[in-house]
Write a new protein. Structure first.
Length: 317
C-alpha cells in the first residue's frame, strides 16, 4: 500500500511538472500578469474572477477597450481562459455576449494594428556606423555589433537571439549555421537551422563580426552574448532579451533616429521587410524567420512593395 502511495505521489509530481512544461515560461508569466489585471477589475467591482462567467469577461473587455488595442483584448481573453483551464474550470469564450461584444468593439475602434517599426538597411548601417564611432572598448563594440547584425541577418526573435550558445554554431565555407533548439513557435524543441551567408561588405557582415567577437571574447562554450560587469569585464551571465531592446534604442538615439516605435522585434520584422524588398519569396523568408503561417509574412511583403507595385507609378503627370 505504501509503495502504491509513493508511486501515485511520484506520478502526481511528474504530472504537475508536465503541466508546467506545456507552456513556455514567458507564456505562463503573461497569463499570470493578464489574469492579475482581470482579478483587480473583479475585486474593484465585487465580482468573482475564478470561476467567472461570460458576462463578467465581456464587461472587462469593454472596460479595457477604452485604452487598449484589439490585440490586447484578444490576448487577455486567452489568458483568462487558460487560467480557468489550468485550474479545472470551464469558461465559454465563444459565448455570444463575448463574441458579439468583441465584434462591436472592433467596429468602433477599427482593427488595424500598428506594429513596431522595422530596422531597415539605412537604420542597420546607421547603427553599425554609430557603434564603430563610439569611444568605448573594442570588445563591447564587437559584442553589440554582433548582436544587431546576427539578430537582423537571421530574422531572430530577441529571446532566440540571447539563447544562442557556442555549441549551436557551425562555421562553414559558405557562412554560419546556427541551430535553434527552441523558439516561440517550436515549444517541443524540434529545432531548426538558420544559415547566414557571408556579406560582400565585411563591415556589416554578421558572420565576420561574430567571428571577431568570439575570438576577442575567447568564448568557447555556453552563451555567446553575455553581460559585462563594471569595468567591461566579461561575465558568464547570458544577456536578457530586454537588453537587446535597450541596445537598439540606445544606438538609434545616438544616430539621431527617433526610437520610440522600435523594439526588439524590429530586427526580425526588418529582415522580413528588407528581404521582401529585394525579391525574396514568402517561403524563403519563413524558412529563416520560422513563421508557421503566411499571414504576418505577407503583411511584411505587402508593406515592402507598397511603392514598387503602386498603381500610381503607371500615371504620368
Amino acid at each position: 500500500m505504501n509503495e502504491l502511495t509513493t508511486d501515485l505521489k511520484s506520478l502526481h509530481e511528474a504530472t504537475l511538472n508536465n503541466l508546467k512544461s506545456s507552456k513556455a515560461n514567458n507564456t505562463l508569466r503573461a497569463y499570470k500578469s493578464d489574469f492579475k489585471d482581470f482579478g483587480a477589475f473583479c475585486a474593484k467591482h465585487s465580482l468573482n474572477p475564478l470561476p467567472t462567467e461570460p458576462k463578467i469577461v465581456s464587461l472587462y473587455l469593454t472596460h479595457l477597450s477604452k485604452n487598449s488595442k484589439i490585440s490586447t483584448l484578444r490576448r487577455r481573453l486567452v489568458s483568462i481562459s487558460m487560467v480557468h483551464r489550468l485550474k479545472g474550470h470551464y469558461l465559454d469564450t465563444k459565448h455570444p455576449i463575448i463574441v458579439e461584444n468583441l465584434m462591436g468593439i472592433r467596429r468602433v475602434k477599427g482593427s488595424i494594428q500598428k506594429g513596431k517599426k522595422p530596422i531597415l538597411i539605412n537604420h542597420l548601417k546607421s547603427i553599425i556606423n554609430v557603434i564603430n564611432n563610439q569611444k568605448i572598448n573594442d570588445i563591447k563594440k564587437l559584442r553589440d555589433k554582433s548582436i544587431i547584425l546576427v539578430g537582423f541577418g537571421g530574422g531572430f526573435r530577441r529571446t532566440e537571439l540571447v539563447s544562442i550558445n557556442y555549441e549551436d554554431l557551425e562555421f562553414v565555407p559558405e557562412g554560419l549555421k546556427i541551430n535553434i533548439t527552441r523558439s516561440k513557435t517550436d515549444q517541443f524543441g524540434e529545432g531548426m537551422i538558420k544559415g547566414l551567408p557571408y556579406f560582400s561588405n565585411e563591415i556589416y557582415c554578421p558572420v565576420i563580426n561574430l567571428k571577431k567577437w568570439l575570438e576577442v571574447s575567447k568564448i568557447k562554450s555556453g552563451p555567446i552574448f553575455r553581460r559585462f560587469s563594471k569595468g567591461l569585464s566579461l561575465t558568464e551571465n547570458r544577456l536578457t532579451d530586454q537588453s537587446v531592446v535597450l541596445l537598439i534604442k540606445e544606438y538609434l538615439n545616438i544616430a539621431g533616429i527617433e526610437n520610440k516605435n522600435f523594439s526588439g522585434h524590429s530586427l526580425r520584422s526588418g529582415f522580413a521587410t528588407v528581404a521582401a524588398e529585394f525579391g525574396a519569396d514568402e517561403r524563403s523568408i519563413m524558412a529563416m524567420t520560422g513563421h508557421k503561417t503566411t499571414q504576418m509574412v505577407r503583411r511584411y511583403i505587402k508593406e515592402a512593395n507598397i511603392f514598387k507595385n503602386n498603381a500610381l507609378n503607371k500615371i504620368n503627370i
